[in-house]
Design a protein around this ligand. Structure first.
Ligand code: HEM
Length: 264
């Protein structure tokens, strides 16, 4: 069987999934009780659980809410972790780029304010460039809803279409030096045009990633905070080989030498 072929889940996987769902259930049930008692905080979870569907008039039940939280848990951790792992590896590969991120990171105030993001322009470009070369979701599947013609080929209704950010974002007819890691490209006009046509690490359209805005704050910020404290270097003989599991991971992990950064 090819590696991507779906298999039954192992007992350990099922037990782990049950444990995660159990934790989410505790939180959800506690919030249901708080809403009923009128003591729930006025936050996103309360809004989601009390806002009725405009078509059916129903609100999420506990099981629905557990599913929703579980999806966010998966979609929001695995993807960001993958991007961050590859971004750190890129910085280990390109020490001059790491120095520039460190210089930005040193300008951050303590405690952090949201305005910190305005100081992390280059770090943001580093994160974007990593999402281009190592899109955490390397491909997505969509079902065709009506007959279409794609580049002279008929595509029937119901056909499964695989969209591949991995290929699009490294396409040599669309991107200059597509395989190069070059965060500065994001300040040029060429990359802006290519990005409009062929950059979809967060997908696009009605099912676009709802966490994209959050991820573009979380990613550069964590990167800067890590680089503020630590230096990352490659390990001889350990070159990560990207493999597509649910997200883009490295076959034997991403190995790096991590040391404390000395203040300048
Ligand atoms: C670098 C980080 C991230 C990347 C690259 C990413 C990428 C994606 C992509 C490509 C999709 C569409 C998948 C498909 O339709 O097949 C998606 C969906 C989704 N993402 Fe993200 N994501 C990231 C972070 C996050 C975060 C932080 C959250 C939550 C806080 C999140 C929540 C979701 C959810 C709930 C969906 C499903 C949306 C739907 O089907 O309507 N993601 N993400």
């Amino acid at each position: 069987m090819p590696r991507w072929f779906p298999r039954f889940h192992s007992r350990r996987t099922k037990q782990t999934a049950e444990k995660i769902r159990g934790l989410i259930r505790q939180l959800t049930e506690a919030r249901v009780a708080e809403i009923a008692a009128g003591t729930a905080p006025d936050d996103l979870a309360t809004k989601i659980m009390t806002t009725a569907d405009p078509q059916t008039g129903k609100v999420f039940g506990t099981e629905d809410m557990i599913d929703q939280v579980a999806i966010f848990f998966l979609a929001g951790h695995e993807t960001s972790a993958s991007a961050l792992g590859w971004a750190l590896y890129m910085l280990a590969m390109y020490p001059d780029v790491q120095d520039r991120v460190a210089a930005e990171a040193m300008t951050l105030d303590d405690p952090l304010e949201f305005t910190a993001m305005g100081k992390l322009k280059f770090t943001r470009d580093v994160f974007r460039e990593t999402l281009r070369l190592y899109p955490p979701v390397p491909m997505m599947v969509r079902e065709n809803t009506c007959p279409e013609t794609f580049r002279g080929r008929d595509v029937a209704k119901g056909a499964q279409i695989v969209l591949s950010p991995w290929h699009l974002q490294r396409h040599e007819r669309i991107w200059d030096w597509p395989d190069e890691f070059d965060p500065d490209r994001w300040q040029g006009e060429a990359a802006k045009t290519s990005a409009r046509d062929a950059f979809l690490p967060f997908s696009a359209g009605p099912r676009v990633c709802p966490g994209a805005g959050f991820a573009m704050v979380e990613g550069p910020l964590l990167l800067a905070l890590l680089i503020q404290k630590f230096c990352f270097a490659t390990v001889a003989g350990r070159v990560p080989v990207p493999v597509a599991h649910l997200t883009v991971r490295a076959k034997d992990g991403i190995w790096m030498d991590v040391s404390l950064r000395r203040s300048p």
